[in-house]
Design a protein around this ligand. Structure first.
Ligand SMILES: *Cc1c(COP(=O)(O)O)cnc(C)c1O
Length: 388
């Protein structure tokens, strides 16, 4: 099904080329090599009442957001993409397409905001929700109900433990039960994993993270393997909810996306170097990173993330919550802030942001590795851990 709708692979320039050139953009009127920022909220009709192009009113899309969507569809190899004013607004909109009483299967550890929203839908709106243990390879199959499950939502690597869910196995299990598979691929980014090649039906990104990559745009994206009824409803709902990404944010995101391969490649290499350096450190209980051979998801990650294991890792510190707080306070190069996927490295004592439902250990520090000199980052972590 999805194969028919998606453009054939290996046709035309490589994804790196397409992104660097914003799809070989050349403005027809001026020859400009970057897409123009177009802030209009309304678009004129001609004398015959027809429109000049595809645009009428900016709640349903603007020329800049549509160009970004074309880039994302090409980047993921999907049939279509839509961008939203945040990752969570994309998630909320997708959940809104599900009928009353729908059954959703999701990971016990996943992005906390999306999990909180699912629980809210369960408690207030009749959603049936089954959570599975993402660290158990058999966990998902037990949670799916053949003929009853509508959507399987996975996040891999997942926030903030970086457990790996096998995308191909999840797609097979979801499809066998008549459900769709949606993958939150925010942390892998399109550079390191290709969920459509492994059978996913929908790909989600918080574009706030690696896609934009500069910590200056809040945005979300959904990409579909095929434009089916649910997809059309999603587009309609985005219009009702008014959650399209505005022109300026779309413009910045295009600019950020042009360097996504360079940024993610560098972050991923540096994160691996940091994880190897810290592995076995006497001040640490554990280093959580799928690129380490001891990580339970390492073999699956090698298969489904052939380009690298990503720029995200976590450390659990000996001495509990206070020790983790002390390490965060001692960092001088890492910036202490939430979020991830930007060019600057960030460290976060995760317990401070996760809600009451969280089962994340209170001595866990999440690191988002940026593109700085990796020796500066390693030296910073070393000096902070030495103070324990
Ligand atoms: C940040 C994030 C989200 C939510 O996206 P926003 O852009 O912050 O709304 C969802 N999933 C993952 C994995 C994230 O890191």
């Amino acid at each position: 099904m999805s194969e028919r709708s998606r453009p054939p692979a290996n046709e035309g320039p490589a994804r790196e080329t397409l992104m660097a050139q914003a799809l070989h953009y050349i403005d027809e009127q001026t020859g400009a090599v970057t897409p123009a920022w177009q802030p209009a909220t309304t678009f004129a009709r001609r004398d015959d009442a027809g429109f000049y192009g595809d645009f009428r009113y900016s709640r349903s899309g603007n020329p800049v957001s549509v160009h970004l969507e074309e880039m994302l569809a090409r980047l993921e190899g999907g049939a279509a993409a839509r961008v939203f004013s945040s990752g969570l607004s994309a998630f909320v909109c997708l959940m809104e397409t599900l009928p009353h009483g729908a059954h959703v299967v999701a990971q016990r550890i996943m992005y906390h905001g999306a999990l909180d929203w699912l629980m809210r839908l369960r408690d207030k709106r009749g959603l049936k929700l089954t959570l599975f243990d993402q660290s158990d390879p058999a966990g998902l199959t037990g949670a799916i109900a053949p003929g009853a499950t509508d959507l399987v939502w996975i996040e891999t690597p997942c926030n903030p433990t970086w457990d790996i869910t096998d995308i191909a196995a999840a797609a097979e299990a979801a499809h066998a039960a008549g459900a769709k598979l949606a993958v939150d691929a925010t942390c892998a980014s399109p550079v390191l994993s290709r969920p459509f090649d492994l059978g996913a039906d929908l790909i989600f990104h918080s574009a706030t993270k690696y896609l934009n990559g500069h910590s200056d745009v809040t945005a979300g994206a959904l990409i579909a393997a095929s434009e089916d009824d649910q997809w059309h409803e999603l587009c309609t709902l985005r219009n009702y909810m008014g959650s399209v990404l505005p022109p300026f944010e779309s413009w910045l995101a295009i600019r950020g996306l042009r360097t996504v391969f360079l940024r993610v490649g560098r972050a991923s290499q540096s994160a691996l170097a940091i994880a190897r350096h810290l592995d076995g450190h006497p001040a640490l209980e554990a280093v959580l990173y799928p690129g380490l051979p001891g990580h339970p998801g390492h073999e699956v990650a090698k298969r489904q993330m052939p380009g690298g294991f990503g720029g995200m890792l976590s450390i659990t510190v000996k001495g509990g919550r206070q020790a983790a707080a002390d390490v965060c306070a001692a960092l001088r190069v890492f910036v202490r802030a939430t979020s991830l996927g930007g060019v600057e490295s960030l460290a976060e004592h995760r317990i401070l942001v996760e809600g009451a439902n969280s089962i994340v250990p209170d001595n866990l520090i999440r690191l988002s590795v940026g593109i700085e000199d990796v020796n500066d980052l390693i030296a910073d972590l070393d000096q902070a851990l030495q103070k324990l």
